[in-house]
Design a protein around this ligand. Sequence first.
Ligand code: AMP
Length: 556
Amino acid sequence: MRSSSKFADLAQTLEAVRGTRSKNQKVDAFAAYLSKLDADDAEEAARMAVGTSSERGSKDEVQVGYSTVFTVLKGITGASSDDVSKTYLKYGDLGEVAEELLRAKRERPLFEEPLTIAGVSDSFGRLRSAKGKGSGATREALVKSLLLRATPLEGKYIVKVMTREMRTGLVSGMMEGAIAAAFGSSKEETAKAHMLLGDVGLLAKAASRKQLGSVRMEPFRPVNFMLAEPLASAEEVASHFGEAAYAEYKYDGVRAQVHKKGDEVRVYSRRLEDISAFFPEVTRGAAGSAYDFILDGEIVPYSGGKPLPFQLLQRRLRRMVNFSEAAKNAPVEYFAFDLLYEGDREVVELTLRERRKLLDQVRAGTTLRTAESSTVEGAGEISKLFRKSRDLGYEGLVLKSPGSQYTMGKRGSAWVKMKEELDTIDAVIVAAEYGHGKRAGVISDYTFAVRDGDELKTIGKAYSGLTDAEIDEMTARMKEITVHDYGYTRKVKPEVVIEVAFDSIQRSDRHDSGYALRFPRIKRIRADKSVGQADTIEKVEKTFAGQRLKVDRASG
Ligand code: AMP
């Protein structure tokens, strides 16, 4: 293995970084440490310091579960399960638990050579590739051999990287500053290279080698997406642009970059994760182009010329197995709306007008689609197209300035989005009943409520938005949590939170909140939220007041 600096120095530096609240001191401490490393160590150390061990955008990430760490710690320190849980309750941080328990290490390592950055990084690499059947034991052995050799402080930071819970306050933007300071590169140059590399490790390595100036955009290195600013009305959008703008439908799917080089194609999510495996039809569909490229666009559940509900896609993302089945039940299309790289060059600095022309050119030979785009000017045209987008089942419009550049990772004013929904409300289901007609055998109508202090106040009833499979799941769930069955309706234990979209809020005596949502539709089941996190009556009142204001402004 190459010669490499001691891991202990990294651990001590991170401890110092964590120990100060001053951002400048954090940056200075890490810069001083980095400046002493060679390029390879700088790459690994910078990455570990932000709590990861693999390149951003790569498919593999070390994911060692709490239970593996607990088992290993018990094994090498002799601590009981009880000791481990108590220590965990004391700190709430697994790294600190490791540090404390390792002070009482019982087993001694076979050899006492100090851990190095390269050595630890090599073990992380092996942890990443230990996958599938029987890998549990391999992973446990790898974690054990690392922690056996580690001092308590080293153990703390090894565990923090493995569990991806660094918590030193040295976030990626500050790391950029530390790298610039360590290797004497300018802020602008470092920021531009960071944007293109998207990874602090590669950035540190290039800075250390004085190669930031030659960093270029390249396929298979995802970059941050350009974002849109929200505007509420056609009038606002028209005066924002003040001239003709491109209008595209707002597709409700998953934002994705498609990268192609030679025969290879990969797809990256908004979080810059490689999601190619989920969408074989997109990778296959892109392969036919004669060009290398990086596209920006949206993967949309779509069939027979129409968008399908977003939920279909969510289910597909959850289900890794059986793609052909998934592709049949949730067919998707990729709608490209921008081009970042073509042939062998970055094109983000060209105007959108020019990029769209090139996009048509590189798309030839693929089965990918391009987002429908038309030129609009003035509130009347915008509002007409907006209506059309809603009628066709899209979320609204995204409007773009034809002369603008592609600004990575920025919510610039060159793109604006317009959605009809005023807002959504996270509400709790408090009662449910069987549906009618096609829905007669399933519990598909839900009365929902918002929080008012300790109480729940109803605000509407919804019966649309869920897929058949979701309704089946809900039927079972509603039966389980029924508190009282009145025959036609049933009161349920308030524990299911749903996100409800609506057109407007009205005053109403029908519900005990005093308000009713107009045209409510369920956007999704918020399994991630508990009742205590549902929205409150205050939010409803505020939205109601805001909506009055907007109406007044539009009519005045
Ligand atoms: P939102 O998620 O509501 O903030 O809206 C922004 C998102 O709209 C983007 O991140 C894209 O995923 C999505 N989107 C859909 N259609 C387009 C389009 N034609 N241009 C840009 N973004 C779009």
